[in-house]
Design a binder for this molecule. Structure first.
Ligand SMILES: [Zn+2]
Ligand SMILES: [Zn+2]
Length: 279
């Protein structure tokens, strides 16, 4: 299954595919600044208490360079010629942000939930700024993956950035099969209970699953207690594409037609963002 075949079969995804490709191309042109790898021992007490890495004063990950990368991405997209709406909206954001002092720090704070930065198109800013920030954070996320004690987290929000998951993935074979939750913001994947709901923390036995024919292992798991659903990739090898969230936006429509609620975090809602982080 390739991206092209997928788009042939799901032609309604083409506009979002084109947007994603354009943003990725622009982000590829931005210099990736160095991120300092935190001292894991210093962070451990906060980790055990459920504090995400980026919110931990002891881990003290400096996100300012990632904010600078985000500002550079906005500037680059604002200097392109099409599509018109994207150029106009990124320019408006860029102009407003330039008026804010410490713009790169403010962008980083905004991504971690600071609501005092009022700007036009906050949904677009979240999407673009996380695209840049995830590239900046790549080495930190990799290092954290390598040393994290998964059994001591098992929470419904991202251990790195604190966002709710965008999707889930089942990996391996029984009896050792694992369920991972996937962060649409920073790209972390972390382990979670096989049958628990990340949104209401209800216990097992109340998750149901909808399989959709021809969707290459994608399915919709939903909680009978809170009505929240999570799109789930029941396979391996195509993570970058099938866990991108935008490639399965049609499953969100199917779920919502069934009366299910998207409680998962989304970077693809460009109107004012709803709550997408843990309480
Ligand atoms: Zn995250
Ligand atoms: Zn639930």
């Amino acid at each position: 299954m390739t991206r092209d075949l997928w788009l042939e079969a799901h032609s309604y995804l083409r506009p979002i595919a084109d947007l994603s490709a354009q943003v990725d191309r622009a982000a590829d042109e931005i210099e990736v600044l160095d991120a300092r790898i935190p001292d894991w021992d210093g962070y451990r007490p906060d980790f055990l208490a459920g504090v995400p890495l980026l919110s931990s004063a002891d881990a003290a990950v400096d996100l300012e360079p990632g904010g600078r990368m985000a500002a550079a991405l906005l500037e680059r997209l604002g200097s392109e010629t099409s599509p018109e709406w994207l150029v106009a909206e990124t320019r408006a954001l860029d102009t407003d942000l330039r008026r804010a002092p410490n713009v790169s720090c403010r962008i980083a704070e905004f991504l971690l939930g600071d609501e005092t930065l009022t700007l036009p198109f906050p949904g677009l800013l979240r999407y673009l700024a996380w695209t840049a920030m995830a590239r900046f954070l790549g080495p930190v996320v990799n290092a954290f993956d390598g040393c994290r004690d998964e059994d001591r987290w098992l929470r419904g929000y991202c251990p790195t950035c604190g966002s709710l998951p965008a999707m889930a993935q089942l990996v391996g074979a029984d009896p050792g099969r694992k369920r991972l939750l996937s962060c649409g913001c920073c790209g972390t994947r972390w382990q979670f209970k096989r049958t628990g709901c990340p949104f209401c923390a209800t216990d097992s036995q109340r998750l149901a699953s909808v399989t959709i024919e021809g969707e290459h292992g994608l399915r919709i798991d939903h909680c009978e207690a809170c009505g929240g659903y999570l799109k789930t990739y029941d396979g391996q090898g195509n993570e970058a594409f099938l866990l991108s969230d935008w490639s399965s936006l049609h499953l969100d429509l199917i779920a919502q037609d069934r009366g299910l609620k998207r409680l998962a975090a989304s970077l693809y809602e460009f109107e004012p963002a709803r709550k997408s982080r843990q309480p």
